[in-house]
Design a protein around this ligand. Structure first.
Ligand code: PEP
Length: 253
């Protein structure tokens, strides 16, 4: 049994004050829930507030980052290193989100460097892959997912004990209110697991958590969770309300 993983991607939302108020609400709402890895990814400016706030609390909430650079330090204005995240005891980092690929020109090559660095430093990358609408309409979903995945699996393979998660996020479903059908998403998730199995090992692939992301909400999340190859969700818009995100976490438990 893979433990469910539910991740809130706040994107460019939430001040430090809003972060505290959200976390306090979320903590109350999911009190007693134990069996779900629950990760909240605030913007960089609120990471320290979040980790400090949770430091002395008994809660399952963990904090993740939305991105990181692959170099240790240097002249990279606006960037954040893995060491900076680790200083805050952050364990999780989203890598290769389609918004990073689209608006910040992140290529598969850049994503490989980031995944490699995260794994070397003991961070757990949540690696996002998925096809655009045009690619889907041209019947290229599997080809695209395979290309994106193979490029990182080679790097993962070279690590001793890689811990990572894959988020299958069809780009056309992100922030549009049009989620994929759970059956289609599971077909892709199963394919992803098979690819991981072919590059790493089938036993290893059985342990990897594969998430679905793209317009997840309280009305459709159960459908995704009931699919055999989907182990949780990467949630954008619906994670901005602590009450709604708590509902999703409870569903996953
Ligand atoms: C995301 O940002 O990864 C995402 C899936 O967003 P939304 O849930 O809003 O579609």
């Amino acid at each position: 049994m893979r433990k469910p993983l539910v991740v809130a991607n706040w994107k460019m939302h939430m001040t430090c004050a809003q972060t505290v108020s959200y976390l306090s609400k979320l903590m109350n709402e999911i009190e007693g829930v134990e069996s779900v890895d629950t990760v909240v990814c605030p913007p960089f400016t609120a990471l320290r507030t979040a980790t400090t706030y949770l430091e002395n609390e008994r809660t399952i909430i963990q904090i993740g980052a939305q991105n990181m650079h692959w170099k240790d330090k240097g002249a990279f204005t606006g960037e954040i290193s893995s060491e900076m995240l680790q200083e805050l005891r952050i364990k999780w980092v989203i890598i290769g989100h389609s918004e990073r690929r689209r608006y910040f020109n992140e290529t598969d090559e850049i994503i490989i460097l980031k995944v490699k660095k995260a794994l070397e430093e003991g961070l757990i990358p949540i690696i996002c892959i998925g096809e655009t609408l045009e690619e889907r309409e041209n019947g290229k979903t599997y080809e695209i997912v395979q290309k994106q995945l193979f490029s990182v699996l080679e790097v993962i393979k070279s690590q001793e004990k890689p811990e990572f998660s894959i988020a299958y996020e069809p780009v056309w479903a992100i922030g549009t209110g049009k989620a994929a059908s759970s059956v289609d998403a599971n077909d892709v998730a199963r394919h992803i697991r098979a690819l991981i199995g072919s590059v790493l090992s089938p036993d290893f692939a059985k342990e990897v958590r594969i998430l679905y992301g793209g317009s997840v909400d309280k009305d459709n999340f159960n459908d995704f969770l009931s699919e055999p190859d989907i182990d949780g969700g990467l949630v954008g818009s619906a994670s901005l309300s602590a009450i709604t995100f708590a509902q999703l976490v409870r569903m996953a438990s």
